[in-house]
Design a protein around this ligand. Sequence first.
Ligand SMILES: *[C@@H]1O[C@H](CO)[C@@H](O)[C@H](O)[C@H]1NC(C)=O
Ligand SMILES: *[C@@H]1O[C@H](CO)[C@@H](O)[C@H](O)[C@H]1NC(C)=O
Length: 846
Amino acid sequence: MGGGYKSSISTLIIFISTIILYILSTNAEFTPSDNYLIDCGSPQTTILDDGRTFKSDAQSVPFLSTEENILAGSTSLSGNISLPLYKTARIFNTESVYKFLVFRPGRHFLRLYFHPLPHQEYNLTSSVFTVKTDDGLVLLHDFSTSQSSGMLKEYLINVTSDEFSLIFSPLKKSIAFVNAIEFVSAPNELVPDTATIVSPPGVFTGVSGYDLQVVHRVNVGGPMITPKNDTLSRTWMSDDHGYMVFPKGDKVVSVDPSVVNYPVGGATRLIAPDRVYSSAASMADSGVSVPNFNLTWEMKVDPGFDYLIRLHFCDIVSASLNSLYFNVYVNGFSAVSGLDLSTLTSDLAMAYYKDFVVNASMVLNGVIRVQVGPSDMESMTPNAILNGLEIMKMSSSVGSLDGLFSSGKSSHDGSHRLTMTIIEAIGVAIGAIMLLVLVFSIIRRKNKARGWDEGGNSFTSWFLPRNASYCSSLLSSKSKSKNAYSSVFFSKVGLGRSFSFNELRDATKNFDESAVIGVGGFGKVYIGEIEEGKKLAIKRGNPRSSQGINEFQTEIELLSKLRHRHLVSLIGYCDENNEMILVYEYMANGPLRDHLYGSKPALPTLTWRQRLEISIGAARGLHYLHTGGSSQGIIHRDVKTTNILLDDNFIAKVSDFGLSKTGPALDQTHVSTAVKGSFGYLDPEYFRRQQLTEKSDVYSFGVVLFEILCARPALDPTLPREQVNLAEWAMQKQRKGIIETIVDPTIAKTISSESLIKYVEAAEKCLAEYGVDRPSMGDVLWNLEFSLQLQDASLQLDHPQEDDETCKGKMISKNEVSDVSVLVNDDSGVVIGSPLFSKMEDIQGR
Ligand SMILES: *[C@@H]1O[C@H](CO)[C@@H](O)[C@H](O)[C@H]1NC(C)=O
Ligand SMILES: *[C@@H]1O[C@H](CO)[C@@H](O)[C@H](O)[C@H]1NC(C)=O
């Protein structure tokens, strides 16, 4: 009895562990190391029906170079487009860059969503633009879309460096836009290095050196599969979209998805979900009297490119092994003769896929035709099946996935390409002529010939000059910004609301001392409440101070031109009774400094993440000042922790533009001016030479960064002499490699060392002796965002299960059996034509 009991327990254990193993092996989840989902132009985070969270690109990740906040939005999308991602777009009128940090180089999915929304100023349907990557891969060349439905472009890019930039370049006088971006790591196994060459037969190696665009992905014989039901968030179209040339000839076969098996080595659920393998088109018993024909699919593709074709098979039709043999053809050439799934997989219902490469010369007419038909072998019933089909465009030898010109991605070996298509030949000829013209003009101007000897990279980049559109629009759209101002200034510049003096007096209880929240050289700042309890910050100038009048005017002039999430915004003004009163949004959490040290009573400690976000916000505000606000840029001149204010959500905003100056004009390198600013933050070079550049702000910001890190004032005369000046002291510690000894002890333990290194590196560079050695605010911003990501990454490592807003792109942990089984349950409900994706049929190809 006892033995039987024991053995039944061990049987049970074996049984359970087999189940667990089975679940683990067949439900292999993939956790992408890079997972950027961005809803462009959206004011908030968007959560899709499939559970994915798309962040707004106004939130700080990833880095977006443009600060022109042109957004298009539409609350009601016309019936057939219901994907919420299409509701907003970001519009670019100059070349703009999304920059992503890459944690793990390798294959990445890049998905771009386009839907031309209505906008009062810009016509998105007439936009023409190019999208490329920083190493020159052209994804879209002179692209335009007038489609009223949404369009998704999907790429599989092999990213080799630790940064990835996506560059949107509008054609001259045009604009670019994008509605959403996904940039997500793909499993390396997804695109193996070798494939079968269709003609002449052979083995193709080096697929991993190519970037791919997915142009068709079909779940043959089955329903559409939406991202919700695909671990890698892919969309598989159903077969009834006219791909099949002779639809009457096929019989759709399907089995329960749980019947599908995955081999050890070979196809996995990541290659294709079981729903792809559990349905097929087959030819036998299809009610056609002559069973000897081919099942044929035809798909439109762009000519002039090589294609990678992936066919998915799973024998769900045979009653026993060794009864199914068939031929596979691509564009009339034999791809496999006598495909024998039984031998290849040794089982029925076993997933199998095979990759083929077809040469551009075989797709001259812009069609790829895939056929399966009975082989000559003596089998019981002639039959042939196909379960899934993917067609991917391979990047051309000049690094392009659209059009024939490149902007200079290093070329592939390309030795397999023997024929040049006519279109390519024409393209090359035009290119050669353009090149000749260029060569002549360059020789004539005797310009620096630098770069010519670097081979293809430099001259091909002339075809798509990176800065051309930027320069032109700088001149055209921004030159009007220098408003001459006069006594009727207010009425001219649209300063928002005009307040009456009485209104503001009532709001501040007759400018009562108890309402004072700040005092500056210019006057006092009061908190005021007007109707419906709306709080305002009211800055009242001291009429006796002539300096005050200047600063007042400067601030109005500048602020009237500036609008940015990270600049304190002006709501209105009052100029009655010779008063100089400015009304701002009220920043509930006050100056950053109060949250670092010195306030009484002490405020709660800011976490490292909060401090990073605040420094990123402030850096964004300054970056905008330097680059985005006017043609010349604006130098703040008084960057310090009391001028960085925090709103009720601890969003940092730069304030106090009283000392600000417009930057040097284009032909000058600096502005000569009397030295102003605050001690402890002053750029030594500016002090010495009295020449102001935006690098002086960068210096001051470096001091701010150390203040945030160390939670002490920039100058503290009560300390021992070598510690008085924070910038000097911190740099000294950094040179000795012991910066961690001066980090704010209340948070020191929570900072990941990688994050700290990156942050201090940024701060240190800001404090370089000479302005030219200091980074731009854009670079500082970039490093701070990197630091934030490193901090988040370390948190994810420490707490893999923590489901926290701070952990971007979290997926279910591979080791959690319970989580995996949740996924199994999740898989059991078929969602066909869910409203989210009901219009996805138009998204692939174009
Ligand atoms: C990406 O490209 C590099 C260099 O060509 C190659 O070594 C690597 O294997 C590729 N990775 C993948 C996942 O294809
Ligand atoms: C199937 O297609 C191939 C290639 O187009 C052709 O050679 C073959 O004759 C066709 N088979 C049948 C039975 O029509």
